[in-house]
Design a protein around this ligand. Structure first.
Ligand SMILES: *Cc1c(COP(=O)(O)O)cnc(C)c1O
Length: 380
């Protein structure tokens, strides 16, 4: 550090930001091409790296009141999510994606340079990034066989303010056992906030922890429109919690977090035919997911296929680099998860359209045939 030349801006900045690496989102690692008008063009590649849905919906957008600030929490939107979730509006906060929910929870419950969060790797990267950015400590209690180490978590509850659980987990894909989540909630009462990140819960809605909000005032549930609702570009998520927690988070959030066009589109997505379309999309995704899993399980070059309750599949292969680079060279983008704890040689494929899934399977088959032909030659 001492030998590095700092810019004048860096000299004025918080020291820990100089070395900090921002979240390596799928879109940061691989930008969309621009079309002739400079607009993002996604059709030149196959995007299976960010757990997005493959096809956009159709929405009406009016710019009538765009000269006015939006409501702090737009009424139509909140009514629509209240209907969808069955929770009263006082127990909901609309945010710029679930990611903003994560950040608000840390800023609300962790005093900077004093308090810590607890995470269970392998898990979603933004918990640690948001904590680091805020100056909160990070206590790690790794998962064991893709489940929680409940005793390990309970041992740490006096040292942390917020526990982040992700169910279904990203990048692993499986739901956490409900009894484990409940055991953590029970032990954490009056000690820590327990966040259950349900970004993928529409793929198994019966497994939501939402009904426990009535019994556990320390529970927070995170949701998003980015995955099953096919609205990742909109940036809209929801935090579900007790009235008291929502009141606190509302002190920390920006004054107009949800822009008027976002509220307008999100309200449409949460009502009528569009809600039905989401459910159809989920069922189609599950069928494609099962065929990808079944196919991967028959492949001799695949060591392990993870259980998935979400819209992606994680698998382990010694050919990780050949597969990832080979797909990329042909314009098919998937996610390398091999740097995560316990996920050596693991790749994650988001479920796209039928055509995209056929293409990714065919391309992998070709790559593996060529690779094994190569390695046979080398050993001869
Ligand atoms: C995608 C994702 C998020 C972020 O969702 P946004 O609403 O797009 O910010 C949060 N948590 C998990 C586990 C995710 O996979």
């Amino acid at each position: 550090m001492a030998t590095k030349d700092l810019s004048s801006a860096e000299k004025l900045a918080r020291a820990e930001l100089i070395e900090m690496v921002p979240y390596q989102s799928a879109r940061r690692l691989q930008k969309a091409d621009a079309d002739a008008n400079g607009k993002q063009a996604f059709n030149s590649k196959i995007w299976l790296n960010a757990n997005e849905a493959s096809g956009p919906g159709k929405y009406q957008l009016s710019a009538d009141c765009i000269n006015r600030y939006p409501d702090f929490q737009p009424e139509n939107l909140m009514a629509a999510y209240s209907d969808y979730s069955g929770l009263p509006v006082e127990q909901l906060l609309a945010t710029r994606g679930a990611d903003e929910g994560i950040e608000l929870i840390i800023r609300t419950f962790c005093t900077a340079y004093q308090d810590s969060i607890l995470i269970c790797p392998p898990t979603y990267g933004m918990y640690a990034i948001s904590a680091e950015n805020h100056g909160a400590g990070i206590v790690k209690v790794p998962q064991v066989n893709n489940q929680l180490d409940v005793d390990g978590i309970i041992e740490q509850l006096d040292n942390v303010n917020v526990v982040f659980l992700c169910s279904p987990g990203n990048p692993t894909g499986n739901l956490l056992p409900k009894a484990q989540i409940k055991a953590v909630l029970e032990a954490a009462q009056d000690k820590a906030i327990v966040v259950v990140d349900e970004a993928y819960i529409e793929f198994s809605p019966e497994d939501s922890a939402q009904s426990w909000l009535a019994d556990y005032p320390n529970l927070v549930v995170l949701r998003t429109l980015s995955k099953a609702f096919a609205l990742a570009g909109l940036r809209c998520g929801f935090t579900l919690a007790s009235k008291e927690i929502i009141t606190l988070l509302s002190k920390v959030i920006a004054p107009y977090p949800i822009s008027a066009p976002v509220a307008e589109i999100a309200s449409q997505a949460l009502t009528g035919d569009n809600l039905q379309l989401m459910k159809v999309r989920v069922e189609e995704t599950k069928i494609l997911r099962q065929s990808l899993i079944s196919w991967l399980e028959t492949q001799s070059w695949v060591d392990e296929v993870f259980v998935s309750d979400a819209n992606f599949v994680l698998f382990r292969t010694p050919l990780k680099t050949d597969i990832f680079d080979g797909l990329k060279a042909q314009g098919i983008l998937i996610r390398d998860q091999s740097k995560q704890l316990q996920l050596e040689n693991c790749l994650r494929i988001s479920i796209g359209s039928k055509r995209e899934m056929d293409l990714v399977q065919k391309t992998m088959t070709n790559l593996v045939t060529n690779t094994s032909a190569l390695s046979v030659q080398e050993t001869n």
